[in-house]
Structures are given as C-alpha cells and as structure tokens.
Design a protein around this ligand. Structure first.
Ligand code: F6R
Length: 611
C-alpha cells in the first residue's frame, strides 16, 4: 500500500527514485509521482495509473538534480487522478511532500487552513499537511525538521511523510507514525523508503525508524529525533537480500519464481537449528525457559494467509506441547476484549511485519501483559520491533502480492516454534524433538520433487479455468490448507472459491455442488483418511468434479478421483508444506489462463497498513 522513496546524494535523483518506486510497485498503487530539486526549481511530475504513465510524462524531461522524493499512491482520500497523485505542494510551490497513511483529522485541518487563506487544489488529506508545514516553516525561521515535527504533533492517524524544500538543497525530511520507513545508509548519499527493496541496489546498510520519529537526511549523514527534537541513537542493520532476489530472473511473474524458490526458502528457515548436543536451538528467540514453562495458553494472531499458517501452528503446538492454543484473525482480536494475561504467549505472524491489524493485535496483547513473539520475514519491521522476541522466517523478499513462499516458511517456522516449546517444557523428549526436526529437514527435497510434477496441475487448471466456483475440502491440517487454496484462487482469479472442513460439507455447503463443480480435496494420508474417502464419495455422487491431492502410493481414494495430484509421503502434520505447492500452481495457472496479472491482482496491496 503506497510506496515512498527519498534520496539525497550525487547520483541523478530521478533515476534512483524511479528505480526505487519500481521495486515498490508490488505493494499495489494507482498513481505515481516524483519531485526533484533542480538548479532552479523543485520540479514535480505525477500521473494517475502505472509508472509507465509517469515514465511517458517524463520522456522529454529528465528532471535534473541529485535530491528527490517519489511516491506510488493507493488512493484513500480522493480518486486516483493526476490531481490527487503525490507529491503535493504548499501555496508557494517550494515545498513538496509525499505521504503514506491516512490523516484522521484532515477535514478540520483543511477547513482551518482554508479559513486562513490557503488554497488547496486536491481532494487529499496529504495536501493539508503540506500547507501546515508551510506555516510552520515560516514560524520556525525556515527550520524544516522542526516544522515537520510540530506538524506531526498536530496530526491524528497514521503517516509516513517525506518532505523536500526548494531552499534546502541538502535536506530530505522523513517522519513516521504506525507505518514503516527505513533509512538506507550510503557513502555520500542516503535513502529513505517504505522498505529496503527500494534501495538495496545502492546500499545494504539500513536503519528502521521507530514510532513518532523524524529523520533529517543529508548527503553527509542522518540525524534522527523524536517529536520534541531530542536526538535518538538507533541500531543499524544489514540487509541480507540482494537485488537478484527482488528481480524476476526470467520468470514471467514473481509469483512463479517465488513458488520455485520454496525449497531453498524452507531450507533457510529450518537450517542449522540442531546444536552439537542434539538439542534444537532457536537462538534468536530471546525467551527464557522459565517464561516458556509458565505459559498457560498461546494465542496466535495473523491475517489472511498468515492466519492459515497460524492454524497449522496451533495443530503443532497443541500436539507437541499440550498448551491450549487459539488462532485468531488479528482484526477481530482486540475488539472482543480477549482474555490474555502475563502467562499468555501471543504469537503474531506477519510476512511484511507491517500489517496494521496484526500490529494493533500485538499492541493490545502487550498492554494486557502478554508475552509477544513475532514470526516475520522482515528484519526491522514494526511487528518485530514491537514484540518481546522475533523469529525470522528467512524467506527472502516476496514481491508477488499473493503469498507463497512466505506462507510456506511461516508454517515451517511454526513447527520449529512448537518443537522448541515442547523441548523446553519437556512434553517431548530429546529423541522425539530430533526425529521431528529430521522429518522437517527432509521437506525441502520433497517440495523440490513436488515441483517437478506440476505439468498435470497446470494442464488441469487451464482446462477448468472457465469455472466460476471451486470448492476446497480438507480435514485436520488439510482444513487450513483448503482455506489457503481457496484464498489463492479468489485473489488471483477473482472467482468464488471456498475452503471448508470436509466433514462440514454435509451440514450445508454440499448444496453448492452441481454437475461438474470442481472440488479440490486435500486427501493426503492421515488418521482421518477413511472419513475423507467417504466425503469424496458423497460429493462425487452429487456430480462434483473431484480433484484429489493424495499421497504417493495411497490408492484408497483413487476410484473417486476425476483428477489425481500426487505428493510425496511425509508425516501427516507436515503435509501442508507439500499440498500447498499444487494449490499455488493451480491458482496461478488458472488466473493466467484467464489473462490476469498474478503478481498484482486487482484491489489488493502487498502490505496492508490500514485497519
Ligand atoms: C494472501 C496474502 C494476504 C497476507 C495478509 C497478511 O496471499 O498475501 O492474505 O497473508 O495480508 O500479510 P502479512 O503476512 O504481511 O501480515
């Protein structure tokens, strides 16, 4: 949702900013713009639509200058038009601002500004901020950083602001509340961006800004303060991702590349976790054994696909530790006044680490005294920084909006967390923990093997790509994966897809089945297999076209499968790491057969930073 870039250095700013915006495209946007401080003026170009429209507008104007800011906008206040695209300016046109987030008190601020004689020309909340900074810039005697700090104190809502001023040729100001802003630290140049992918081509040294902090970015260095102007020291971190990881490498879509990257990603997540003494070691999980032994319950909060990973986490934690575990959609959690206390372990799962619903849920949990663990892919993210401990999934950047390798690595991470809790609480002995870990360590090769079998899945997806409804059924860990399969198809192919527990279908949803309705059944081998076979028979008898994902060598369901998709055998609890693959490939191919862009599905944003 919205991408922001700021740059000051000695390179042509337009190139750096445009490249950064391109890398942030995956976040979802509907207009884009840049401002570059040239020798005589602060030049601005902005256009509705994709970056190509902005590029076309800039074709004859290269906006010379080495300081610039840029923005991709996901419209909230006002339609996605040229006029509402960022940057916005003040009355003088000497100040330019880009903004992510929403200013909740903007209507009253706007009224006051108009009353004081400012002329606002867009429908956005952002423009009001530009004019407020204009007033403060004058009031503070041209102290841009102080002006921004003063304005931030008057704003309600969430924001990242990046500001440039014609009279300040060596200064870009950034400020944040509730949304991410990362500083890229270079040599004689510095960067600001919504996430590190925007600047990793230039530097891998970064520093994340915390809540209500303002950064002054100059060629020679950066200075961070709180909103009262007190200087704040902060930690720098190194970004492991390289530019290749954020590029398509010959694939038509990032999503296809990310599906193929899964064996490697899972290897990274689980690798090197056994200490020489044979015990599982999750070093980064700074949580004492005493705390772990004291937990009476666990609550997992997450959204969308991450919620499905959480559901698998619940099965693993309860099976291995017997700690009662609930999984809750983060956006619902705090509003029902949940019962969490000092003996509750709250696990917040988030690929981006910036999902507003998940952040609010973990903040609420911490206020109640709960101990919060983040499971996230993003070092330096808000979810990581606001938790008591962070466990990183190490999946590398995920650019496609629809989550694939992130879900896979989240599930793998949840198995590790479950095993670690079991080891410390002694609910599984060392041999058992080791044996489960070894099963997990075999998974990357099994995913690899599954990926080699996908031709039939692609052919099938193309064949039935005109279907307007697909159902997904599973039992036990197959149920969350049925939800995930349906979500992938919904978001990519824009059709109605529903995942449900196979045992539940006879309580209502079976009425949806008519002649030829495609139904994907996750029927890998486990204790409930005979019951699943019965469920498949029930739906087949009613005309469903059955697409069955089954374990190699298991013939129990073969007579009732119109299409069989085979995955290798593994422990049933771990089977989601294999069944995910055909469902991802199925959804992507189904959507591509309908001519859709699987990297940037309509209406969606990669990082959902509003509640
Ligand atoms: C689905 C998808 C979303 C995310 C959800 C949470 O493919 O990508 O459902 O899983 O928005 O995002 P994170 O994990 O960044 O908190």
């Amino acid at each position: 949702m919205c991408g922001i870039v700021g740059y000051v250095g000695d390179q042509p700013a337009l190139d750096v900013v445009r490249q950064g915006l391109r890398r942030l495209e995956y976040r979802g946007y509907d207009s884009a713009g840049v401002a570059v401080l040239g020798p005589t003026e602060l030049a601005i170009e902005r256009r509705a639509g994709k970056l190509a429209n902005l590029d076309a507008a800039l074709a004859d104007n290269s906006l010379p200058g080495t300081l610039g800011i840029g923005h991709t906008r996901w419209a909230t206040h006002g339609a996605p038009t040229d006029r509402n695209a960022h940057p916005h300016t003040d009355c003088s046109g000497r100040l330019a601002i880009v903004h992510n987030g929403t200013i909740e008190n903007f209507a009253e601020l706007r009224d006051e500004l108009e009353h004081r004689g400012h002329e606002l020309t867009s429908d956005t909340d952002t423009e009001a901020v530009a004019h407020l900074i204009e007033e403060q810039y004058d009031a503070t005697g041209a102290d841009l950083a102080k002006a921004v700090r003063n304005v931030c104190n008057a704003l309600e809502g969430s924001f990242v602001l990046v500001v440039a001023h014609q009279d300040q040729p060596d200064l870009v100001i950034g400020a944040r509340r509730n949304l991410p802003l990362v500083v890229g630290l270079g040599d004689g140049e510095n960067f600001l961006a919504s996430d590190v992918t925007a600047f990793i081509a230039h530097t891998r040294r970064a520093r994340a800004l915390d809540q209500d902090q303002v950064v002054e970015l100059r060629r020679g260095g950066v200075r961070v303060t709180d909103l009262d102007g007190n200087e704040i020291s902060g930690e720098e971190f190194h970004v492991d991702w390289d530019t290749a990881a954020a590029e398509k490498a010959g694939y038509e879509y990032f999503m296809l590349k990310e599906i193929e990257e899964q064996p490697e990603a899972v290897k990274e997540t689980i690798g090197g976790r056994l200490a020489p003494d044979g015990r599982l070691r999750l070093d980064e999980l700074a949580i004492s054994d005493e705390d772990i032994r004291g937990f009476h319950q666990a609550v997992i909060v997450a959204c969308g696909s991450a919620y499905h990973s959480g559901m698998i986490g619940k099965y693993a934690i309860e099976r291995w530790t017997r700690i009662p575990t609930q999984v809750e959609i983060a956006s619902e959690f705090r509003y029902r006044d949940p019962v969490v206390d000092r003996d509750t372990l709250v696990i917040a799962i988030s690929q981006s680490g910036e999902t507003a619903d998940t952040l609010e849920a973990l903040r609420h949990a911490r206020q109640q005294g709960a101990w919060v663990m983040a499971v996230t892919n993003t070092v330096g993210s808000s979810v990581a920084r606001e938790s008591d401990a962070a466990f990183y999934t190490r999946g590398g950047p995920e650019i496609a909006v629809a989550s694939t390798k992130a879900v896979m690595t989240q599930i793998a991470a949840m198995y590790l967390v479950g095993l670690h809790l079991a080891q410390v609480r002694g609910t599984r002995d060392a041999d058992e923990v080791r044996s489960h870990y070894r099963d997990l360590a075999e998974i990357p090769a099994l995913i690899e093997s599954t990926l080699t079998r996908m031709d039939g899945v692609r052919k099938l997806a193309r064949e039935i790509s005109t279907a307007e409804r697909v159902l997904f059924l599973g039992r036990h860990v197959g149920y969350p994966m049925a939800l995930e399969g349906a979500l992938k198809l919904k978001e990519l192919a824009y059709i109605s897809a529903e995942g449900m527990p196979a045992g539940e279908i006879k309580h209502g949803p079976i009425a949806l089945i008519e002649q030829g309705t495609p139904v994907v059944v996750l029927a890998t081998r486990h204790a409930l297999s005979p019951k699943l076979v019965t469920n498949v028979q029930e739906i087949k008898a009613r005309g469903a076209r059955t697409i069955v994902i089954a374990t190699d060598g298991d013939e129990s369901v073969t007579p009732y499968a119109d299409h069989l998709i085979r995955v290798p055998d593994t422990k049933s609890l771990l089977s989601p790491l294999l069944t995910l693959v055909p469902m991802q490939v199925f959804a992507a191919e189904f959507a591509m057969a309908r001519g859709l862009d699987v990297d940037q599905p309509r209406n969606l944003a990669k990082s959902v930073t509003v509640e």
